[in-house]
Design a protein. Structure first.
Length: 204
């Protein structure tokens, strides 16, 4: 199990990431004040096969934006650490998520490059199930920042707002499952041809 904690004067986020099988009580361990965000993390758990436990503690700033941004970074960092610590992990992958009329395609690559692109081919209503749709994008963007990964999502179709986001997070989970898979032929290799990225800081 990998645990990552992110603390500021505004919030504390604790994420525990572990390999499957998915625990029978996995829903109870996703604890944020945003019910629809919990539901989207559930989709990610179910499709990725990883247990993602989340604890959120806010100070005087009871803001949805703090939850989505800070938690997204923390979950992203946990996945990045998993890939760093497991030799032979592929580090890149994609997946299609579907539910009823909605379909989305996600691609992810862990190469120490933070980039998020969301390409919707349908109009997305401003709110879904009591939260702003843009906050779900904030979560995904923050994930790419915390994981230092490239994350691209194409929303191909959808009419129902709930289904649209469910398709997105299903595809996100499947892409993570592919990226975290181990290929014995890739032992000692990294996701990108540049190899492991290292920074050195010195005072001169």
């Amino acid at each position: 199990m990998i645990q990552v904690t992110r603390k500021t004067s505004e919030s504390s986020m604790a994420v525990r990431l572990s390999e499957g099988p998915v625990a029978s009580d996995y829903r109870a361990k996703i604890k944020t004040p945003l019910m629809f965000l919990n539901h989207m993390i559930e989709q990610t758990v179910w499709r990725s096969g990883f247990n993602i436990e989340c604890d959120v503690d806010l100070t005087d700033f009871q803001l949805a934006h703090l939850v989505t941004e800070d938690l997204g970074q923390t979950v992203g960092r946990a996945f990045a650490q998993y890939i760093e610590q497991n030799d032979g992990t592929v580090g890149f992958g994609d997946g299609f998520g579907v539910i009823d009329e909605a379909m989305a395609h996600t691609l992810v690559s862990f190469e120490a490059r933070s980039s998020f692109l969301f390409n919707p081919k349908v109009i997305i209503p401003a709110a879904v199930e009591g939260m702003a749709s843009e906050e779900l994008l904030v979560f995904l963007d923050a994930f790419s920042q915390g994981a230092f990964c490239t994350l691209q999502i194409d929303l191909e179709r959808g009419e129902n707002t709930h289904h649209i986001w469910e398709a997105v997070f299903r595809s996100f989970g499947l892409a993570l499952k592919a990226a975290c898979s181990v290929d014995p032929a890739r032992l000692g290799m990294t996701s990108g041809v540049a190899g492991k990225v290292e920074f050195t800081t010195e005072q001169i």
